[in-house]
Design a protein around this ligand. Structure first.
Ligand code: ADE
Length: 259
């Protein structure tokens, strides 16, 4: 997979040399290139921004500079990702879709963002353009958001994660639940014992216990995810526990509602 990042602070992306993504680059699984947007400017001051039409605070990034940069970097079949707090919220589903792309190009905006015609122009040209937010807070630019998305996508690329099974049960996987709590040695620590069942060797009971804890944790921390569960994927014991937690199948039978 090829990933290009265009930014006015290319050094911000230097952490991509480290850890899993860094190793994937060394092993040739990931062709990751970081570019300085100012390399595409032609004026003495290497200007990338200007004042907003219509007035208001801050500066907006110029579409002409972004246009020449992206024309150079985008390959056929690329997906263009524009991190922005006004985007759709990035989820594991986006990561899964993005992991199938041949090339991802991240356009990191600063200031008040990139002139809106840039996304429009590439969409009109047939490019898949994703304007994505990593959450409901405002960062100073798209660099950190790009790092977040690159890490989430890279670990889904085949060969990237040592043990692909570790991808299966994790939070935000297909089950639509948060992950159950996990424990390791020592069995007793700070007067806290690990749950007996995990020492029992009884796989069916362990699986049931984990599923119950996942349901409880999700109901407690992410009621929005409980409301979005498909009732058809829940067994009798799931439904019994959810009823204890105050959730019952709704009128239409498809989703769950608070009792
Ligand atoms: N740029 C600034 N804030 C952002 C956010 N929350 N997500 C993505 N890009 C951003």
């Amino acid at each position: 997979m090829r990933v290009d990042v265009v930014s006015i602070f290319p050094d911000y992306l230097s952490v991509l040399d480290l850890s899993l993504v860094g190793k994937a680059r060394q092993r040739g699984l990931l062709d990751l290139r970081v570019h300085d947007l100012r390399d595409w400017t032609t004026d003495r001051h290497r200007t990338v921004d200007d004042t907003p039409f219509g007035g208001g605070a801050g500066m907006v990034m110029r579409p002409d500079v972004w246009g020449v940069a992206l024309d150079d970097v985008l390959e056929p079949g690329a997906q263009l990702v524009v991190p922005t707090p006004s985007g759709e919220v990035f989820t594991q589903r986006h990561a899964e879709e993005m992991a199938t792309a041949e090339q991802l190009v991240f356009a990191c905006g600063r200031y008040e963002g990139i002139d809106a015609r840039v996304a429009e122009h590439y969409r009109d040209a047939g490019v898949t353009v994703r304007e994505l937010s990593i959450g409901d807070y405002v960062l100073n630019g798209g660099e950190v958001a790009s790092l977040v998305m690159i890490e989430a996508v890279a670990r889904l690329v085949p060969g990237m994660v040592g043990n692909p099974e570790s991808l299966v049960e994790e939070s935000h996987g297909a089950a639509g639940l948060l992950e159950y709590p996990v424990y390791t040695k020592p069995p007793s620590w700070a007067d806290l014992e690990i749950p007996e069942v995990l020492l029992s060797g009884h796989h069916a009971r362990i699986e049931r216990w984990r599923r119950d804890r996942a349901l409880e944790r999700t109901a407690e921390r992410r009621p929005d995810m409980i409301a979005a569960l498909d009732v058809a994927t829940l067994d009798k014991q799931d439904l019994a526990l959810l009823a204890e937690l105050g959730w019952v199948p709704g009128e239409d039978g498809a989703g769950l509602v608070r009792a």
